[in-house]
Design a protein around this ligand. Structure first.
Ligand code: NAD
Length: 443
């Protein structure tokens, strides 16, 4: 008789190593939601799982030393059913087309969960920003955007920041696109711009702030056993970029204690809590945390296993896998990063009763405030910071409620307990499928 193995049994069996291809992970996650979507038209499944289009561009850049180097970049539009594609651009040596495809699909689900009128997209350039000057990065950005041509646009596909791109990169994207389309309001072509170039107040902190609001709401709902508030909660953060370092600041402000934080070179730990202001200043001055006094040094692997209340992976994909999920020492996980947890690890954490706020919910604050920026750009308006944060808080709390309520409902109806990730996907897939059918299948 044929034996059906769960992802976890499959990953643990010696026959096949765990499949950590991000695109295949995004499809596996989708498949886990399918049993809870009995009315979904079967003919839509492949359409909803697949990207609409993938564009790859190849271009040469003159480096500062006069030599020439060729770079490759991708842009994937996963869905524009609910609105124009939306998604960040990543500069990283590990960028692959399958990674960009997965990230684009996750953007579709994320936008549906926070209910902003966008589809999903993502971009990436294969390069190592640590080896490139600002001038070289600007040339790469301009050639990449020129290569994409009219596949991006204020009403078609709207980029934003992601790993190793920031508001300067977004200003160059805007400027390049504006050079190609003179005489129009081109500000809504990209979000995450500096406030002085049409950016919005609160976008820089939005992803981390969204993680904070979502975590607060989950705890408030009593979903995290042994944790009743953020007061004195022990927080561990992997990554110290836009998401990680601002999460460290905001969780500290909210009364939590950040006991460990890392960057690509490793982490530091102090049981009594770190002075985050000083730690960040130290990293800015010295390039890493490594020699910060009075702390214990850790590898990134060790950091993930520290006993704590809240673990925030805020760096790369596939950090929590079948290899270490059984040793994760947190009471809950908030995925600041995209794709940090593998499907087999999801199963282990679920079995261990560790609630996990999935990326498509937890880090949706970034795209939510990007949407606010796009609205302001289209209307020539400027919202103040309090308004942006109040609207973000509302969106994040509503999204957590929609997902956690759905999880409860499925439990009541089926006596099965899907994870928050699966429940979030159920909500998102249902919303995208509904609009697909309401619009009518073309022709
Ligand atoms: P960033 O470029 O600002 O920072 C990346 C950080 O990752 C670096 O500072 C470094 O500290 C850390 N890092 C890199 N390699 C590491 C390693 N091997 N181990 C530990 N840390 C390592 O990037 P970001 O914008 O903060 O993005 C981080 C994650 O959050 C990504 O998964 C990204 O997709 C996701 N995300 C970002 C946003 C956003 O608005 N920027 C929105 C949603 C999701």
């Amino acid at each position: 008789m044929a034996q059906v193995l769960s992802d976890l049994e499959y990953a643990r069996s010696e026959r096949v190593p765990e499949d950590l291809n991000p695109f295949s992970i995004s499809r596996q996650q989708f498949d886990r939601a399918l049993p809870f979507l009995p009315t979904l038209k079967q003919g839509l499944v492949e359409f909803l799982k697949s990207p609409l289009r993938t564009v790859t561009v190849c271009f040469p850049i003159e480096l500062d030393d006069g030599s020439v180097k060729t770079f490759t970049g991708h842009r994937v539009l996963h869905s524009h059913v609910r609105g124009p594609g939306k998604g960040g651009i990543r500069f990283h040596p590990g960028v692959t087309v399958d990674e960009v495809r997965a990230l684009a699909a996750w953007m579709t689900w994320k936008c549906a969960i926070v209910d902003v009128p966008f589809g999903g997209a993502k971009g990436g350039v294969v390069c190592d920003p640590k080896d490139l000057s600002q001038h070289e990065l600007r040339r790469i950005t301009r050639r990449y955007i020129t290569g994409l041509g009219d596949t991006i646009g204020p009403n078609t596909d709207i980029p934003a920041p992601d790993m190793y791109t920031d508001e300067n990169t977004m200003a160059w994207i805007y400027d390049t696109y504006a050079m190609m389309h003179p005489g129009a309001n081109n500000l809504p072509v990209v979000t995450g711009k500096p406030v002085s170039v049409g950016g919005t107040h609160g976008r820089r902190e939005a992803t981390a702030r969204g993680c904070l609001y979502a975590t607060e709401r989950l705890i408030e709902r009593g979903e995290v056993s042994g944790l009743s508030s953020l007061k004195n909660a022990r927080v561990v953060i992997q990554g110290a970029g836009n998401v990680g370092r601002i999460a460290a600041e905001l969780f500290t402000e909210a009364g939590a204690r950040v006991i460990a934080i890392s960057d690509s070179a490793g982490g530091i730990y102090a049981e009594q809590g770190l002075d985050i202001e000083q730690v960040i200043r130290f990293k800015d001055d010295h390039g890493s945390f490594a020699r910060f006094p009075g702390t214990t040094r850790l590898t990134n692997e060790e950091l993930l296993e520290i006993e704590c209340d809240i673990l925030i992976p805020a760096a790369l994909e596939n950090q929590i896998t079948v290899e270490n999920a059984a040793r994760i020492g947190a009471k809950m996980i908030c995925e600041g990063a995209n794709g940090p947890t593998s499907p087999a690890a999801d199963e282990i954490l679920q079995a261990r009763g560790i609630p996990l706020l999935p990326d498509i919910l937890a880090n949706a604050g970034g795209v939510t405030v990007s949407y606010f920026e796009w609205v302001q750009n289209n209307e020539n308006q400027t919202w103040d910071l309090d308004l942006v944060n109040a609207r973000l808080r509302r969106k994040m709390r509503d999204a957590v409620d929609a997902v956690a309520d759905r999880q409860l409902k499925i439990r009541e109806q089926t006596s099965q307990g899907p994870s928050l990730r699966t429940s979030a996907l159920v909500v998102a897939i249902e919303r995208v499928a509904e609009v697909t059918l309401q619009r009518g299948i073309w022709p």
